[in-house]
Design a protein around this ligand. Sequence first.
Ligand code: B12
Length: 207
Amino acid sequence: MSIQDIFNAVIAFDEATAAAKTQAELDAGTDINAILNDGLIGAMDEVGEKFSTGELFVPEMLMAAQAMKAGLAILKPLLAEGNTQRKGTVVIGTVKGDLHDIGKNLVSMMMEGAGFDVIDLGVDVDSEAFVKNAAEKKADVIALSALLTTTMPAMETTVKAVKEAGMSVKTIIGGAPVTQAFADQIGADGYSADAPGAVKLVKALVA
Ligand code: B12
């Protein structure tokens, strides 16, 4: 039994095994971050590579994502465990035109686990919805996710809309193609490459 079994189950689109092996590793006391990064996320990286080289297609990518989600569901209570004192409110979503939500969900779960109230607007969220919800919920931070280079401009549109609305809410961005340089370029208040980093960033911004 090893983390490789989880990796292999995701690559094999096997939801039941991905869930069972994730549970088995947890029961064996394996570090949750190792299960997440080396097992579940590592496998999705491999799937992405194979998609790039034409070895896999969208349906397979989706099946792998389902297997990954089955493993994530096992980890979720542990990721969300911990500090119950609320630290602030985060409105999160995947930007307009983009349907990828696995990374966004992970960021959302970890923020909840860190004690933030998280309002998840889902995928394909336009700038008006981000602004409206952040205003209504008196959010401290708006967190934007994008996985496609073609949807990164929607991040800029949203950051601009927040500024035009005269809101004091901070904006942070993330997702595989996003960089610190892009965050600086569009005037976002922060960027992180991963979910634990996103939590640190939000803590620093609301402190
Ligand atoms: C699964 C997947 C899909 C699934 C999505 C299922 C779902 N419910 O999310 C499906 C099959 C639907 C899909 C569709 C498409 N996909 Co796709 N997909 C992927 C894949 C394989 C994995 C993404 C993933 O979930 N990774 C795991 C998560 C945990 O990582 P993550 O999202 O990067 O999130 C982490 C960080 O980025 C960060 N983060 C994420 N969000 C945020 C937000 C904030 C605020 C912060 C601070 C941090 C942060 O923290 C997360 C955790 O550490 C990637 C390849 C890859 N390895 O990235 C391609 C990939 C993103 N897809 C790609 C493409 C091209 C598409 C399609 C256009 C394919 C098509 N021809 O139809 C469509 C687009 C649909 C749309 N309109 O969105 C390309 C994008 C290329 C590009 N640069 O633009 C990729 C890179 C594959 C490739 N190598 O070509 N896809």
